[in-house]
Design a binder for this molecule. Structure first.
Ligand code: ATP
Length: 742
């Protein structure tokens, strides 16, 4: 059906024409305003030379601000020019007349009449569009409930400024727009979904922003997308108090950041910090460490290598809250050792401050601060105290010398004795007073020298290698456990698993600098975080405003990460918890096959419900060894069916490298994805399973030969992740595990 067939086509095309016309007019105006500001700036720069320069500077600043505002408005208008809105609601707020509100990516108001021409999708009233109900509805405005009646919802497809389609949405029709959006091709990039956000997703996006939220969401349920839209909603709603650079999204790899980076500016959130946990910790602590390959343990497990038990046991320990408690005990020891260093403070023979007072400040009054920050405060207090007392001492002494001189001058009769006495007094005074003054100037610095800066790296390394210290800190470990731990750290080697402890120590000893202290944190692929990582991030940033999204079924790093959300909810007691079971990425046929793997992990796990969209059944190709020709044939077939992004997902990184090499010999358009690469289209991408997490492709070929997928937990998870990446086609090559029923 085309838009022209709709009975309201005439009205709707007039409305679109009106909107476009107004936008063009506004664009012209902002263009002129920008030009005027630019001209004013130019003039003021000229005036700086010969006029009152402070006035000219003010002019420059004001006009620069106007220029910026005009540019931002122009950019906003440009962005929505081709498709100004995507929906309309017929809505009546209680006590007000009914209105037709057009919803788009940003708002547009008539400058003179203040009439809303387009309402922002993030505005409070737009909530009723997403909420899924018609009839009596309520929505929240700044914590206050507003009520009204929603008569109708209508969706539009507007492309290149042309009205292509109009659809009235009622509760019985399926969301055709969603179906269409899902049938589209993967772009190797995420896109915004503001026009088709579903009500259960909307609920998470708009959940109380000042409280934490934890989301367990199935593969393809839109977790990443929702996290990004929640950030956009966050900045729209609370942006005035929370500048974008105080918000951070933590992604699993740099590759993944590249994948989401495009959608961030589109949602108006390009300026937030986008980083990985490792990069964040290294920047925030200022530590320069070369980290060992973070996926080595995963490889050990996937390849079923000998000797992985100890390494994995240690990794698990380092992610636990028990390890955090050990670090707390270690900090307590350092606190006590530091407190012992306090002594009374003197200038000459005058006591300025007693050590007990300083110890009390350090241990009690400032106990809420990191150790170094407490010392900094104490230094400040000492300085004030020394300055004040020094003045007192100098004035008292000066007076005392004056009195003594008076007494000598007027009290001693004998000339010779008097002269001697006064000379002695004057000499003494002239030496002592400047000496005290000089000493007083240096007292604080000299006193504070006993406190050495806390080097987090050195302190942590000492904990890992010093048997005596370990015995004191890890009191509950037996000799064997300590021995194993010490032996594993003989060689200096830094691993991702150490980062939580390093960051935690940094935050407790030195404190995280303002620049790195975030006010809201969004974590994607959160199933790969350990309890200690969550705890450390919360402590270091001093906030619990976290949005945590993940899928336990994809927890391929579960040897070092959480295996349930309970510990996370305990760490964030104010958190809301939501689950998403519906998957939007893939077809019914692919999801049903992936569900077989899910069931194998834990029969109690709820199966993922795909949004009804059909496609070919997954194909299986029994093959004992890798044959590049076979893979390229499959990929060619996929391309011929019009799909563009194709990934070959392997079980291990080692096999990915080997397959990539072999494929390259046959065809140049093959790319191996690693941590640093940019995902790209139109070539066959070879992706190791753990890096495929979070990404999506039109079609996926899963292949494993050297280490085929077996019945082990790690294999099931890796296979599940790989199988849930495609939007349209899945091909499995190699020996498939029995539970796939092939
Ligand atoms: N409401 C929606 N409308 C249109 N597309 C959607 C919607 N929700 C999700 N999608 C699409 O579904 C796909 C999966 O979304 P996303 O990658 O955010 O899911 P995820 O839960 O993070 O997946 P995974 O855990 O498997 O990485 C994306 O292509 C996304 O654009």
């Amino acid at each position: 059906m085309s838009a022209k067939d709709h009975p309201d086509y005439g009205v709707e095309s007039e409305r679109l024409a009106y909107t476009k016309e107004y936008m063009e007019k506004l664009l012209g105006e902002t263009e002129r305003e920008a030009e005027i500001s630019r001209e004013n700036i130019r003039q003021s720069i000229g005036d700086v030379e010969h006029l009152d320069s402070s006035q000219s500077y003010i002019n420059i600043l004001t006009n620069a601000r106007f220029f910026e505002m005009a540019s931002t408005q122009r950019e906003g208008l440009e962005a929505i020019r081709q498709s100004p809105y995507f929906a309309r609601i017929h809505f009546k707020k209680d006590g007000e007349p009914a209105e037709l509100l057009y919803i788009g990516k940003t708002s547009l108001f008539h400058r003179e009449t203040q009439e809303p021409i387009i309402v922002d999708w993030r505005s409070p009233v737009a909530n009723v569009y997403y909420d899924g109900r018609l009839g009596e509805v309520t929505y929240d405005v700044n914590g206050e409930e507003n009520a009204g009646h929603l008569y109708a919802k209508r969706q539009y497809k507007i492309e290149q400024g042309e009205l292509e389609d109009i659809r009235d949405v009622d509760l019985t029709t399926t969301d055709e727009l969603l179906q269409e959006a899902l049938a589209g091709k993967a772009d190797v990039r995420l896109t915004e979904i503001v026009s088709t956000i579903q009500s259960e997703q909307n609920e998470i996006i708009r959940a109380n922003l000042k409280r934490p939220i934890v989301v367990q969401g199935a593969a393809g349920s839109g977790k990443t997308t929702i996290a990004l839209h929640r950030i956009s909603y966050f900045l729209y709603t609370l942006g005035a108090d929370f500048p974008a650079d105080k918000l951070m999204i933590l992604a699993p790899s740099r590759l993944f950041i590249g994948y989401i980076a495009d959608v961030l500016p589109e949602l108006g959130v390009g300026r937030i910090k986008q980083t990985t946990f490792a990069d964040y910790v290294l920047s925030a602590t200022g530590l320069k460490l070369k980290l060992a390959d973070p996926d080595e343990k995963l490889a050990m497990l996937a390849e079923n290598r000998e000797g992985s038990d100890t390494a994995i046991g240690i990794a698990r320990m380092k992610g636990s809250l028990e390890y955090r408690d050990l670090m707390d005990r270690y900090v307590k020891m350092m606190e006590r050792e530091t407190a012992e260093l306090f002594e009374d403070v003197y200038i000459e023979k005058f006591r300025i401050i007693r050590k007990e007072r300083l110890q009390r400040l350090f241990m009690k009054d400032f106990s809420y601060l990191p150790l170094q920050k407490r010392l900094d405060r104490i230094r400040g207090i000492l300085k004030t105290e020394v300055d004040r007392k020094l003045k007192e001492i100098l004035s008292t002494l000066t007076k005392r010398y004056e009195q003594a001189l008076d007494k000598a001058l007027f009290g001693i009769r004998d000339d010779d004795r008097r002269r001697k006495k006064t000379t002695k007094l004057i000499d003494e005074r002239d030496a002592r007073i400047p000496a005290i003054r000089a000493e007083g100037k240096k007292t604080v610095a000299a006193y504070m020298r006993r406190f050495k800066k806390f080097s987090v790296k050195t302190r942590y390394r000492t904990w890992l290698t010093d048997p005596e210290l370990m015995e004191q800190v890890a009191r509950d470990w037996d000799g064997q456990e300590r021995g194993r731990f010490l032996a594993a750290h003989e060689k200096e080697r830094w691993e991702v698993e150490d980062l939580a402890a390093l960051y935690y120590l940094h935050s407790r000893l030195n404190g995280v600098e303002e620049q790195w202290k975030m006010r809201a944190v969004f974590i994607d692929e959160a199933q790969d975080y350990s309890a200690f990582q969550f705890a450390a991030l919360k402590e270091g940033n001093g906030t619990d405003m976290f949005t945590i999204v993940g899928d336990l079924a994809q927890g391929i790093h579960s040897y070092r990460s959480v295996t349930g959300w309970e510990p996370v909810l305990e760490l964030f007691p104010r958190a809301a918890f939501r689950t998403l079971q519906k998957s939007y990425r893939t077809t019914v046929e692919i999801m049903e096959t992936a569900n077989l793997v899910l069931q194998e992990m834990d029969p109690d796990l709820p199966l993922v419900e795909p949004v009804v969209r059909h496609g070919p059944k997954p194909s299986f190709y029994e093959a004992a060894s890798f044959n590049p020709g076979q893979i390229l044939d499959i990929a060619d077939g996929i391309r011929k069916r019009g799909l563009r992004s194709v990934a070959l997902i392997t079980k291990t990184a080692k096999e990915a490298k080997a397959m990539h090499r072999a494929l390259l010999r046959e065809q140049p358009d093959v790319r191996l994805l690693d941590e640093q690469s940019e995902p790209e289209q139109d070539c066959l991408l070879v992706v190791p399973g753990h890096l495929a997490k979070g990404l999506e492709f039109d079609a996926v070929i899963v292949a494993a030969f050297e280490f085929p997928f077996s019945d082990r937990e790690i294999d099931r998870k890796l296979l599940y992740v790989a199988m849930t990446r495609p939007m349209h086609e899945l091909h499995l090559v190699g020996i498939s595990p029995h539970f796939l029923g092939q």
